[in-house]
Write a protein that binds this ligand. Structure first.
Ligand code: ADP
Ligand code: VHF
Length: 422
C-alpha cells in the first residue's frame, strides 16, 4: 500500500504555531480510542438523568431566544428567573458555569436597531455594546443572591490551542475555587469570521470539556428536541436519546428563532461533542431549568457514551469548518480508519476546494463518504502535483520538506460514526 505511515516519520507539522493541542494529557493521538468508541466503563455504567442531579460541576448554556422578549429586547424577567435557579444550585454546593448568549440582543435597544444585524461588523459592534449590558444585568441579579460573577469572553482558539486552553482553564478553575460563577460568551467583537462559532452551543461543549463538567444543560426556547421542527403540527418531543438510532428520521433545521443562531443543528453538534466526551446533556426550555438540574423528566436527555479525548480533536471532529476535501484510495482509507496512521500524498487521489496549509479538510473515501477530518500541511495549490507519489519521489523531485505527511495523525480525527452512536 505504502500510502500512510504507521510510524511518525517527521516532526508533527507546526500547524498552530507549535501549541496546537489542549494539554499534554489531552494530546490528540490516533493511539487513543476514537471518541466514537465507548470505554468499557461507560458501556457498563448506568446512564440516567440522575447524573444531572448528582453533578458537582455543571455548565448551563442559555440561548438568545430564551433571554429576549417578543420585540427582541433582553428580558430581565427571564434572566432573573434563570439566575434564581442557578443561585439555588450554587448554594447547594454545585459549581455552576454559565455560558450565555444575548450580547447582540441586549444591544438592539441602546443602538436603536429593530432586528439582529446581519453583517459581521455591526454584529461585532452590537456585541461589544450589548455584552456590557448583559454582564451588568447578571452581576446585579447574582448579587441579589449574594453571589459574585466573573466574565470570560472566549474565542474558538482559546478552547483548542494548548497555551490558551490552559490559560482559560486556570482562570476558570480559580474562579470556581473562589465560589464565583463564571459567565462566558464568545468574544464576538474580536473573533474572525474564520474561527467563529456564531452560536454558543458548540462553545458550551468545549467549555464543558475545559472545566471537566459532570453535565451540560442547554436552554433554548423549545422544551426539548422534537422529531420535526416544533412549528410543524404533530411534532413530538423526544424524551431520551441513547444512541444514533434514536435520532433516525428526526428532522432538525439550522434556522433558529428570530434572535438565535444555529437552530437545532448546532445544538445537536454540541450534544455530540459533549456526549462523545462522556458528558451527559439535557436540552430543554429555560423555564424548565430547575427540573432539568434536579434530574426530573423534562426536555431531552442525551446519554453520554464516549471517552474524554482532546478538545482539539473534539473541535476538529464536530465544530471546525472544513475548507476542502481530499479523496483517499482504499488503502489510505483503511489505514486512516485504523487510527494510527498519518496520511501521505501517495494515498490521495483528488483534491477539491481552496485551502492553505494549516486549514481543516475532510478526508473522503472513493464513494464520497466522510472518513476523517484533519489539519492539512500543504495548500490546495501545491497538493495536486504531489498526489500519488511516494515519500522518496517527493524528496527527490521537490526537495526536503515535501516528503512530510499530508495530514499528520496527531492532527486527524476519524469521524465515520458507527450506526449505534449519537
Ligand atoms: N427538531 C427540532 N426540535 C426542536 N427545535 C427545533 C427542531 N428543528 C428546529 N428547531 C428550532 O430550533 C430553535 C432553537 O434554536 P435557536 O433559535 O438557535 O435557539 P437559541 O437562541 O436558544 O440558541 C427552536 O426555536 C426551533 O424552532
Ligand atoms: N455570542 C452571541 C451569540 C449569538 C446567538 O444568538 O447564539 P444562540 O442564541 O446561542 O444561538 C451573542 O451573545 O449575541
Amino acid at each position: 500500500m505504502g500510502v500512510v505511515n504507521d510510524q511518525v516519520e517527521h516532526e508533527s507539522p507546526d500547524v498552530q504555531g507549535g501549541d496546537a493541542n489542549a494539554s499534554s494529557a489531552d494530546q490528540p493521538s490516533a493511539d487513543q480510542p476514537s471518541s466514537d468508541q465507548p470505554s468499557s466503563d461507560q458501556q457498563t455504567a448506568v446512564q440516567s438523568r440522575a447524573q444531572i442531579a448528582d453533578a458537582r460541576r455543571v455548565v448551563v448554556k442559555i440561548g438568545s431566544s430564551s433571554l429576549t422578549q417578543a420585540d427582541g429586547h433582553l428580558s430581565l424577567d427571564a434572566l432573573g428567573a434563570l439566575v434564581g435557579v442557578l443561585a439555588e444550585r450554587r448554594r447547594a454546593g454545585v459549581e455552576v458555569v454559565l455560558v450565555t448568549s444575548g450580547a447582540v440582543a441586549a444591544a438592539l435597544l441602546p443602538l436603536g436597531l429593530t432586528s439582529r444585524p446581519r453583517d459581521v461588523a455591526t454584529q461585532q459592534a452590537a456585541a461589544s455594546v450589548g455584552q456590557g449590558q448583559l454582564i451588568a444585568r447578571y452581576t446585579e441579579a447574582f448579587a441579589y443572591h449574594g453571589i459574585r460573577v466573573g466574565q470570560i469572553l472566549l474565542t474558538a482558539e482559546d478552547t483548542i490551542r494548548r497555551s490558551r486552553y490552559r490559560n482559560a482553564q486556570r482562570a476558570l478553575e480559580r474562579l470556581l475555587a473562589l465560589g464565583v460563577v463564571p459567565i462566558i460568551n464568545e468574544n464576538d467583537a474580536v473573533t474572525t469570521d474564520e474561527l467563529r462559532f456564531g452560536d454558543n452551543d458548540r462553545l458550551a461543549a468545549l467549555v464543558s470539556h475545559l472545566v471537566r463538567a459532570d453535565a451540560m444543560v442547554l436552554l433554548t426556547d423549545v422544551d426539548g428536541l422534537y422529531d420535526a421542527p416544533p412549528s410543524r403540527p404533530g411534532a413530538r418531543r423526544i424524551a431520551e436519546v441513547r444512541s444514533a438510532a434514536d435520532l433516525a428520521g428526526i428532522e432538525v433545521t439550522g434556522r433558529g428563532s428570530a434572535v438565535g443562531t444555529g437552530g437545532m443543528l448546532t445544538k445537536l453538534d454540541s450534544v455530540r461533542m459533549a456526549t462523545s466526551s462522556g458528558i451527559p446533556v439535557v436540552l430543554t426550555s429555560a423555564p424548565n431549568v430547575r427540573q432539568a438540574l434536579a434530574g426530573e423528566d423534562t426536555g431531552t436527555w442525551f446519554s453520554p457514551f464516549g471517552k474524554r479525548g482532546s478538545a482539539r480533536a473534539m473541535w476538529l471532529a464536530h465544530a471546525a469548518r472544513a475548507h476542502g476535501v481530499l479523496t483517499l484510495d482504499d488503502g489510505a482509507v483503511r489505514a486512516v480508519e485504523g487510527g494510527k496512521a498519518s496520511l501521505l500524498a501517495a494515498g490521495v487521489t483528488a483534491v477539491a476546494g481552496e485551502f492553505g496549509a494549516g486549514e481543516v479538510v475532510e478526508l473522503h473515501d472513493g464513494a464520497g463518504r466522510v472518513v476523517a477530518r484533519g489539519v492539512v500541511s500543504f495548500g490546495s495549490s501545491e497538493l495536486p502535483a504531489l498526489l500519488g507519489r511516494t515519500t522518496a519521489e517527493l524528496r527527490e523531485k521537490f526537495g526536503e520538506g515535501y516528503d512530510r505527511t499530508v495530514v499528520h495523525r496527531d492532527d486527524l480525527v476519524v469521524v465515520r460514526r458507527r450506526p449505534s452512536k449519537v
